[in-house]
Design a protein around this ligand. Structure first.
Ligand SMILES: Nc1ncnc2c1ncn2[C@@H]1O[C@H](COP(=O)(O)OP(=O)(O)O)[C@@H](O)[C@H]1O
Ligand SMILES: [Mg+2]
Length: 524
């Protein structure tokens, strides 16, 4: 409380925040300032460290280093409860509501004070008044299971406001909303800032950040690349560059591109994701021998499904030809027979057998053939010789070839997978996030291996959320957004800003039906 009795608006200062997870520094010395009454957007690509930083502010994670002050006072939260008590509330990407209970019951849930002190009807009125004050359309008596996702989000907002949040952190709130709901949300956010609250708005979408934010902080690979810049006067192009970076990795040698015959041809390929929703919506592309085709995109736009249909792991409609032959639908055996190798996103589930030895993991693809197989029998000493030489050649650091795969570090496990896949001499290599979570040395090793395979004439699809990696390795780059290829460019001519815009569904000057259209937002 301030001296005049009104509730003090909160300012937050973060200094030098470091948060490490195994194999990755999610926040690497981050400073961040939130002023009272502002909408501050936290912008960055997937994996940039946005959620981690705000989970720290919201008391869910504790930082390894750095400090946080609220209104000038140092704070250390041990739980979200502490954060809420200090006036900071976060709404996560996945909601935590009880479907069988009403809106009011959900808002009251978990509060210390007796829940039905006033009687439920009185509480319903209280909720309705709170909601109306901010233009939040939601019926206090409705059961949560009856509500749309957008309405459920409003319940989460209500919950935080009822608990007295002065700072509301929203993690990618528009991801689940239809355009008209985005418009409504923005109106609510404006109403909240007008009443002295402040908002941290996490997003990777440039257009909406520019539409709602007063100031913008951009993160990239755990670091801040722009700190609290004014949204006014900032362009999408500026933001795209800050978000995806301009510098291209210079570490790999590359020869001139000598494309050969088409190895992979996809025509009008459709596929669903695990939830049965459309994930690929008519993908057509060609990859030629000796070429790396990079697929750039923000996670969750169909990249995983693209890799899975090509490697025979997922059913599809449309036509896929590998070296001129029609590929069987959903047959990993058929794909392997046609010379398709897969460096999967999931290294421990799909990519390797954690409880088998290095040797067993290395021979997984070769055990049916000489010299490993003699008729029905596996030649154990041939297998061991092969494993020893691959362990050397690919610098897999482990005590011995009998070490279990699950004991390898991320970088060494990835080298093992690459060794096995590359030694199968594939004509088509599908590499998905091949360097995610690896340290710099391991990243370089993986890049060299991919380039060597290209030199040997393989066609490669490189799927990565790291645009630098794509630009550093690929001959051509295709941008995928919501299951569609929005454009394909020669890397030499690719413009980072245009790629960045396409990756976030921006139009980049192209008339696209999938481009989000943001309605005008009334000022506060
Ligand atoms: N609980 C966790 N355990 C291990 N790694 C994590 C965890 N949360 C995030 N990470 C890693 O930290 C990095 C930053 O993630 P995150 O903060 O979720 O990014 P963003 O929200 O910007 O997409 C990523 O590399 C991610 O894989
Ligand atoms: Mg996140």
């Amino acid at each position: 409380m301030t001296s005049d009795g009104s509730t003090a608006p909160l300012a937050i200062e973060l200094r030098g925040i470091v948060k490490r997870f195994p194999g990755v520094v999610a926040n690497d010395g981050v400073d961040f300032d939130l002023r009272p009454g502002e909408v501050h957007a936290l912008l960055g690509e997937n994996g940039a460290g946005k959620s981690t930083l705000m989970n720290i502010v919201a008391g869910l994670y504790r930082p390894d280093e750095g400090e946080m002050r609220v209104d000038g006072r140092p704070v250390r939260f041990r739980s979200p409860r502490d954060a809420i008590a200090a006036g900071l509330g976060m709404i996560h990407q996945h909601f935590a509501l009880v479907p069988s209970q009403t809106v009011t019951e959900n808002v009251l849930l978990g509060l210390d004070r007796p829940r039905f002190l006033l009687g439920l009807a009185k509480h319903d009125e209280e909720m309705a008044a709170l909601a109306a004050g901010l233009g939040l359309k939601v019926d206090p008596r409705a059961k949560v299971w009856q509500l749309s996702v957008g309405e459920q989000q409003r319940v989460e907002v209500l919950k935080m406001l009822y608990r007295g949040a002065h700072v509301l952190i929203m993690d990618e709130p528009t991801a689940v909303l239809a355009p008209q709901e985005v418009d409504e949300l923005f109106r609510t956010l404006r109403a909240m800032t007008a009443s002295g609250r402040s908002i941290v708005f996490i997003s990777h979408k440039l257009a909406e950040v520019l539409a709602i934010a007063d100031r913008i902080t951009v993160m990239r690979r755990g670091r801040v690349t722009a700190s609290g810049i004014a949204a006014a006067g900032t362009s999408k192009g500026d933001l795209a560059r800050l978000m995806v970076g301009r510098e291209v990795l210079g570490s790999v040698e590359r020869t001139m591109f000598r494309p050969g015959a088409v190895v992979l041809s996809m025509r009008d390929v459709h596929a669903e994701n695990d939830k049965g929703l459309p994930a690929l919506r008519g993908v057509s592309l060609d990859v030629r021998a000796g070429e790396i085709l990079g697929i750039a995109g923000v996670a969750g736009n169909g990249q995983s499904e693209l890799a899975q249909v090509v490697t025979g792991l997922r059913p599809f409609l449309g036509r896929i030809e590998i070296a001129g032959d029609v590929a069987e639908r959903r047959s990993a055996r058929d794909a392997i027979r046609r010379g398709v190798a897969h460096v999967p996103e999931d290294r421990t589930g799909v990519g390797s057998a954690p409880n088998l030895s290095i040797t067993d993991n290395l021979i997984m693809k070769a055990y049916r053939e000489a010299p490993i197989a003699h008729g029905w029998v596996i030649d154990v000493s041939a297998a061991r010789r092969m494993a020893e030489s691959l362990k050397d050649e690919y610098s897999i650091a482990a005590p011995s070839i009998d070490t279990l795969a699950r004991l390898l570090s991320g970088g060494n496990l990835q080298r093992l997978i690459l060794a096995r896949e590359i030694e199968s001499k594939p004509s088509l290599l599908v590499a998905v996030q091949p360097t995610r979570g690896l340290d710099v040395g391991a990243i370089e090793a993986v890049h060299r291996l991919l380039m060597a395979r290209r030199e040997a004439g393989a066609a490669t699809i490189l799927i990565s959320e790291d645009l630098d990696e794509i630009l550093g390795l690929s001959d051509r780059v295709a941008v995928i957004y919501e299951g569609l290829i929005l454009g394909t460019f020669d890397v030499a001519e690719a413009d980072v800003q245009e790629l960045g815009l396409l990756m976030t569904g921006g139009t980049g000057g192209l008339p696209l039906e999938v481009a989000p259209i943001l309605p005008g937002v009334p000022g506060a």
